[in-house]
Design a protein around this ligand. Structure first.
Ligand SMILES: Nc1ncnc2c1ncn2[C@@H]1O[C@H](COP(=O)(O)OP(=O)(O)O)[C@@H](O)[C@H]1O
Ligand SMILES: [Mg+2]
Length: 593
């Protein structure tokens, strides 16, 4: 109960934040429309009937007060209904937009370790329908408040003559509450979990059928029908289960409604009796008939909306849970400055052991490595050897489980992360292909220098992206990618060069390339790596590849296997050693001889 009310309060706060005083206007308007206005009307009407029924002569001017009340209250109603009719879509949209922005903002505040967590991903995927649900709950809360009004006004009016009616009707609606609550418990999961599963399957298959990479395979293997039928089957079984559950709840819902109705009949029997005995006027009969009905509707409404809000809150809870998420890694508040000398700083892994959160296996065990200032290092090793994990630790996406990671002798945990990231340029395997202009793809590497045309041209030249920018109709201002109408798509290698230009544009003292070139052929990768090492003379460069044949120009090559360095040295040294490196180098070098 307390929790439900707390969530209601939070939801109304959201509504207020999104729509300001319109939010209140829409609640007040709804109450006026559905409770206050009918209430005024029935008072006017019963008064009128009573006066007319007294057989004395009544003139229009006697009724002017009643007519005035009727006209004014109706005019107010017209304004309010017009408002609600025309604005409700806009208000809903504003609410949706507001929640969307809140979610996006939260996403910008979280860190990679959070995103890699599968529970978090699950939570995220459940947020899809939450916007609509919050919107519906605002409506339900409004209706809930309205029901309270209805019940209170009707109770006051009716109790003046029939004090027993209120307790009687209240007792009569209780079974309804339980039957509805039970019904909701049965069908709720079809609104949420089962539904989101269906949506996810359908979305996934829609993507397979329509996306560039996958649709070709679908055509060749003629798997379209199979996929289509999968969605159809899913839908069918979903609807069947849903129907069964909702039909199972139906009899008791109808039954308890009949109980309400019987209680109402009984009250009206007493009402009618009073009229026939002459102690009530016709107008009053009408008033009590309508208001007793309102006691029933109000009480029923309170319980019904309450149970509905309650159910929906279980789902909306995910939103609040999401909004309460905190970063896993925090930048220290009183950070130690990174010593200025040397620049680029030395980086030292000292007895580092690491396992991912909530896992048992050590990816690195007692790992030691000192990277000197300006050194060109290459990590090679098969997939899963732990190369990217080393980079993630170096970027402090995760904290080491044991040991220390030192930057110019300072533990990375004591360094301000923003300052650390300011001196690192990274290009990952999954770099971003911004579907914006060519220029923006480069600028995003360093917004501060956005107007530095010199640096821009230089970065583009160094990366080799200048080779194809000439062919783009709008040159630097060309929208790239095909998400937007005017966009021109680039080839895999072109995208890589563009991303490399972005990394160069940042012009950071430390440069990390984590297999950004794995999608292009070994020869092209070799050329890019060679270019990076030549052009970045005064920088520390860390290059990662699973290809042994492409990193031979590095000062030091580290062969990784299961989180350990198994061979280390320059290309010449390692070749002389005739170990794993030499063996794999020779095998892979055949590839482009
Ligand atoms: N977020 C994660 N949670 C748990 N295990 C992970 C995570 N990321 C990577 N791993 C595991 O860590 C090992 C090393 O992965 P990674 O460093 O990405 O290898 P590489 O980059 O050398 O291919 C792999 O066994 C991988 O399954
Ligand atoms: Mg990797």
């Amino acid at each position: 109960m307390k929790k439900t009310l707390k969530y209601c309060y939070k939801i109304l706060q959201l509504s207020w934040a999104a729509n300001k005083f319109y939010a209140i206007l829409s609640i007040v308007g709804t109450i006026y429309q559905s409770t206050l206005y009918p209430f005024i009307l029935v008072i006017v009407l019963s008064n009128l009937l009573d006066r007319l029924g007294k057989h004395s002569i009544v003139t229009i001017s006697d009724l002017s007060g009643l007519i005035g009340v009727f006209i004014i209250s109706t005019l107010i109603l017209m304004v309010i209904t017009s408002y609600l009719e025309t604005q409700s879509v806009l208000l809903d949209t504003r609410m949706d937009n507001y929640i969307d922005l809140q979610i996006q903002k939260k996403l910008t505040q979280l860190d990679p370790a959070t995103f890699e967590n599968s529970e978090f991903q699950n939570l995220l995927s459940q947020l899809e329908g939450v916007k609509g649900t919050i919107g519906v709950n605002v409506m339900r809360i409004t209706a809930f408040i309205d029901s309270i009004f209805k019940l209170i006004t009707a109770s006051i009016v009716v109790s003046m003559t029939f004090p027993l009616f209120v307790p009687l009707m209240l007792v009569a609606v209780i079974p309804s509450f339980f039957s509805l609550d039970d019904y909701r418990n049965k069908v709720w999961k079809y609104f949420v979990e089962e539904r989101s599963l269906l949506v996810r399957v359908s979305q996934y298959i829609k993507n397979l059928l329509s996306q560039d990479g996958t649709s070709k395979e679908v055509v060749i293997y003629k798997s379209g029908d199979v996929l289509y039928n999968k969605v159809k089957e899913h839908q069918k079984s979903y609807i069947q289960k849903f129907t069964k559950a909702s039909e199972a709840g139906l009899p008791s819902v109808i039954g308890t409604r009949i109980i309400e109705f019987l209680a109402f009949l009984f009250t009206q029997f007493l009402n009618l009796k009073a009229v026939l005995a002459g102690s009530l006027g016709i107008g009053q009969f009408t008033l009590y008939f309508q208001q007793t009905q309102n006691i029933m509707l109000g009480a029923h409404g309170i319980l019904d909306h309450y149970s509905s809000i309650n159910m929906r809150n279980k789902y909306i809870e995910k939103y609040f849970e999401f909004m309460a998420k905190e970063r896993i890694i925090h930048s220290p508040i009183d950070a130690t400055p990174i010593p200025k000398e040397p620049l680029p700083p030395t980086i030292e892994f000292k007895n580092v052991s690491f396992k991912y959160p909530n896992t048992k296996r050590y990816i690195l065990k007692n790992f030691n490595l000192l990277i000197h200032t300006g050194e060109k290092i290459a990590f090679v090793g098969e997939n899963g050897a732990g190369k990217t994990t080393l980079i993630k630790l170096l970027l402090r996406f995760y904290d080491v489980t044991e040991g220390e990671l030192l930057v110019n002798g300072v533990n990375i945990k004591h360094i301000n992360l923003e300052k650390w990231y300011a001196i690192i340029g990274v290009l990952f395997q999954e770099f971003i292909k911004y579907q914006f202009t060519f220029k923006e793809n480069v600028y995003f590497g360093n917004k501060k220098e956005a107007n530095n045309l010199e640096l821009l041209k230089d970065a583009i030249k160094k990366s080799g992206a200048d080779e194809f920018v000439r062919d783009l109709p709008l040159k630097y201002d060309q929208t790239v990618g095909k998400m937007f109408k005017e966009g021109i798509d680039l080839s895999g290698g072109q995208w890589q060069k563009l991303a490399l230009a972005r990394t160069f544009f940042k012009n950071a003292p430390i440069l990390i390339l984590d297999e950004p070139t794995s999608a292009i052929d070994a020869k092209a990768e070799y050329e890019i790596f060679e270019r990076v090492q030549e052009l970045q003379k005064d920088k520390t460069v860390i290059i990662i590849s699973h290809r042994f044949s492409t990193v031979r120009n590095a000062d030091r090559i580290l062969v990784l296997d299961e989180g350990r360095i198994i061979e280390e040295g320059s290309h010449e040294l390692l070749m002389k050693k005739k170990g794993l490196y030499a063996e794999l180098f020779n095998i892979q070098a055949q590839g482009y001889k």
